[in-house]
Design a binder for this molecule. Structure first.
Ligand code: HSE
Length: 313
């Protein structure tokens, strides 16, 4: 058991789905993230003492808070014999589609694990963090948690026994991300989805996912561009994001490899060669700015390191 009194972890934002990998594929966005500090406490169980940053109204009952639920899962399993108190600093806007709930859950379990002497591997921490994500979105999915925890582009297969694979991204490819200032609840964006998929959409989507992953492994940009298309989820969700069709068309015309919705939206992202990223960003910005939306924008690498302990004492 460690002698630490407290530990702080940072967990990056993430883009879920990456167009063709609904609920199973995501990449980390190191430019922003959440921080959680976990300290020893004389109060039993898990308590949340503060939520600061761009938080809005978040519950401080740990059972109803993503980070709280994740840390409860870790605390129940490891049973350290003392309580844990947490402070959450939100750096990711709520309802943005940038994996804010996942990042808080990941930062909480990474900090809690450090405080307790780092007994758990990342794969165990993933399972605790998944409990937190379920509080936010009403379902157990891992496409934000895995990249936030492991960094880079990550494929996750399975829920009970998740298998995580970091996928290589061809050199010189980066992500362009545009966040229009509007709130979109993940629950709502999931609730509108049809429960059935046609056979022809199933064939296209599996072909595109396989093509995308194989293109990443073989540095085949032509294959990545040809398969960077979600034929199942994006057509159903795009009406929730004003200007989406124009943004996508503009990004592709400016040379993007692909452009889609980040997670449940409203953030939009593209992949592009670094040499074309700023042209793609300008192209994506124009239709949204013309519609009057306030925006945040990032151009980021795809080789991030994932969640980490940033301080302890
Ligand atoms: N894969 C999820 C979705 C990400 O698109 O609903 C949002 O949490």
């Amino acid at each position: 058991m460690s002698a630490l009194q407290w530990a702080t972890a940072f967990a990056p934002a993430s883009v879920g789905n990456v167009a063709i990998g609904f609920d199973i594929l995501g990449f980390a966005v190191d430019a922003l993230g959440d921080r959680v500090t976990v300290s020893r406490s004389e109060r039993p169980g898990v308590t949340i003492s503060s939520v600061t940053g761009i938080a809005g109204e978040l519950p401080t009952d740990p059972k109803h808070n993503t980070a709280g639920r994740a840390l409860l899962a870790l605390h129940e399993t490891l049973a350290p014999g003392f309580g844990l108190e947490m402070r959450i600093e939100k750096g990711i806007p709520l309802g943005s589609g940038l994996g804010g709930s996942a990042a808080s859950a990941v930062a909480a379990v990474v900090a809690g694990n450090e405080l307790l002497g780092a007994p758990c591997e990342k794969l165990e921490l993933l399972k605790f963090a998944m409990q937190g994500e379920a509080v936010a979105s009403g379902s157990l999915h891992v496409d934000n948690i895995s990249p936030s925890l492991f960094g880079g582009l990550v494929l996750t297969v399975g829920i009970e026994q998740p298998r995580v694979k970091r996928i290589p991204v061809p050199k010189g490819v980066c992500a362009v991300i545009v966040h229009p200032h509007m709130f979109l609840a993940t629950r709502q964006a999931r609730a509108i989805l049809k429960r059935e998929v046609t056979l022809s959409d199933f064939v296209w989507q599996t072909a595109n996912l396989a093509g995308f992953i194989s293109g990443c492994y073989t540095d085949d940009l032509d294959m990545i561009r040809a398969s960077f298309e979600d034929v199942v989820i994006e057509p159903q969700r795009q009406a929730l994001i004003p200007g989406f069709g124009e943004v996508r068309a503009a990004a592709m015309a400016a040379g993007a490899l692909g452009c889609s919705i980040s997670g449940a939206g409203p953030t939009l992202f593209a992949w592009a060669l670094e040499t074309q990223a700023h042209a793609v960003l300008a192209a994506m910005r124009a239709p949204l700015a013309a519609g009057g939306a306030a925006l945040d924008e990032w151009v980021v690498g795809l080789q991030g390191e994932g969640a980490r302990v940033v301080a302890s004492g």
